[in-house]
Design a protein around this ligand. Structure first.
Ligand code: GDP
Ligand code: IMO
Ligand code: MG
Length: 428
């Protein structure tokens, strides 16, 4: 089928989106990022290479596929330049493989400073932002002050930049926050020149034309559903729509052009930054998960909070996104446990519920678990078919599929491209 498929995270980000997009890229003509910015860190591993992408779509390593940075993305030219430089070692023809929307918003040096100042002022209530300037940039977008990639080609770009920076300086004066703009600003304008080397397109027409030609598009999400600005654990969220609807606004794709929605989740659960996390483990078990899963942020290096899988949260994410297929990641990490806990319900204000209540921070809320036997000490990382996997993992998968009422079509058993079990003849 032609049209657009979507791949996005169902938890709090870092589910393994980069890996799965890379695996699926050969089935698509275009990989398009639709939201987020360099707060994202998408890891790809193949041929003894481990690479982390922040702004550039995860299809970049496969020849013959175009990569598009959509209008819903926010781009920091300095980080983008670094990403391009890091890719030089792979001998890719980036100018041929990458396009950026003219409507993509720019992260200014002062957006980053405002992010840091705002987080500092929040004290204990801080979001745990990646400090990449995401919130302030989207604020300027919706406040109708922002600068976009298309603006860098206009003759009065510097004046418009200066005007916005003046506004930001006035805002910064209200914070007790020291900053030095000059050094970062120089690097920013240098990086704008690198950005100019990447063809800027009217991306809504670009994807429309591609669809008319029968090309297949995979929209790559950043962050995860529970970090969505509307439906996530507000205010501990990011500033964009991370859900399927974000594909429509972030690329200019009509809702009726979307086919499959591939929802990706870890066989357990992680979160980085602040905010509620009902199944979080503060004990030895959580520590073991973090160690075995190498759960440290790909962008910030911060340790990720770890806990058991949360089905009420996953059901919510599947509903909001219209998920048609699931990808379960990091099953191999659970091989260290005798048994696996699955949160099937919450005990909330004396009632048993299986949905996300408005206030996830309500102190009465407690996860209710079902225990399933594990596949302890069985190494999954060399397995590549469902015939090889242990019975208890198969039972785990079947249990989740039944609870979630959605097929798990991809099971990932290691970080490498090859460590992926496809449970159906994949796509198209
Ligand atoms: P993304 O932001 O969703 O792309 O995910 P990240 O790259 O931030 O985090 C996922 C991490 O898990 C990366 O270090 C991946 O290399 C790694 N990873 C992905 N899939 C698997 C898997 O099935 N098993 C293991 N052990 N690691 C995985
Ligand atoms: P990928 O695409 C995990 C979290 C931050 C913080 C909150 C707001 O790699 O899955 P922001 O910088 O957006 O203002 O931070 O969102 N966060 C992520 N957590 N993975 C990500 O991206 C994230 N991007 C932002 O930790 O709690
Ligand atoms: Mg990540």
């Amino acid at each position: 089928m032609t049209g657009t498929d979507v791949l996005l995270g169902l938890q709090w980000g870092d589910e393994g989106k980069g890996k799965v997009v890379d695996v699926l890229t050969p089935h698509y003509d275009i990989i398009a990022r639709f939201q987020g910015g360099p707060n994202a860190g998408h890891t790809l591993e193949f041929n003894n290479i481990k690479h982390v992408l922040h702004t550039i779509p995860s299809g970049i390593f496969r020849e013959g596929t175009m990569n598009l940075i959509g209008n819903g993305v926010v781009i920091d030219p300095v980080i983008f330049k670094k990403e391009i430089e890091n890719l030089k070692q792979f001998d890719l023809n980036i100018k041929e493989l990458l396009r950026v929307s003219k409507k993509t918003h720019l992260i200014l040096p002062t957006h980053r400073i405002l992010d840091a100042a705002s987080e500092q002022a929040k004290g204990k209530k801080k979001i745990g932002s990646t400090l990449k300037g995401i919130g302030p940039t989207y604020m300027d977008k919706t406040g109708r002050n922002g600068l976009r990639v298309g603006d860098i080609y206009t003759s009065n770009f510097k004046q418009r930049y200066d005007l916005l920076v003046e506004k930001h300086k006035a805002m910064l004066a209200r914070f007790d926050f020291d900053y030095d703009l000059s050094e970062y600003e120089e690097a920013w304008f240098e990086a704008i020149e690198v950005l100019k080397e990447i063809p800027a397109v009217d991306s809504e027409h670009y994807v429309d034309q591609a669809q008319k030609e029968g090309k297949k598009i995979l929209a790559e999400g950043a962050q995860g559903t529970l970090l969505d600005i509307d439906f996530g654990t507000y205010p501990y969220v990011t500033s964009s729509n991370t859900i399927t609807a974000g594909t429509c606004t972030g690329l200019g794709i009509a809702p009726n052009k979307i086919n499959d929605v591939i929802g990706i989740f870890k066989a357990y659960c992680t979160r980085v930054g602040s905010g509620p996390f009902p199944t979080e483990l503060h004990d030895e078990t959580g520590e073991e998960m973090r160690k075995e899963g190498h759960e440290f942020g790909a962008t910030t290096g911060r340790p990720r909070r770890c806990g058991w899988i949360d089905l009420p949260a996953l059901k919510y994410a599947i509903m909001i996104n219209g998920v048609t297929k699931l990808a379960m990641m990091k099953a191999d990490v659970l091989s260290i446990f005798e048994s696996i806990q699955v949160c099937t319900h919450y005990d909330y204000q004396g009632e048993l519920i299986d949905f996300l209540p408005y206030d996830l921070e309500d102190p009465s809320l407690k996860p209710v678990y079902k225990e399933l036997p594990g596949w302890k000490d069985i190494d999954l990382t060399g397995m590549n078919s469902m015939n090889e996997i242990p019975e208890n993992l198969n039972n785990y998968i079947e249990f989740l599929e039944k609870e979630l009422n959605t097929p798990i079509t991809i099971v990932s058993v290691g970080p490498n491209r090859n460590q992926t079990i496809l449970r159906e003849e994949i796509l198209a």
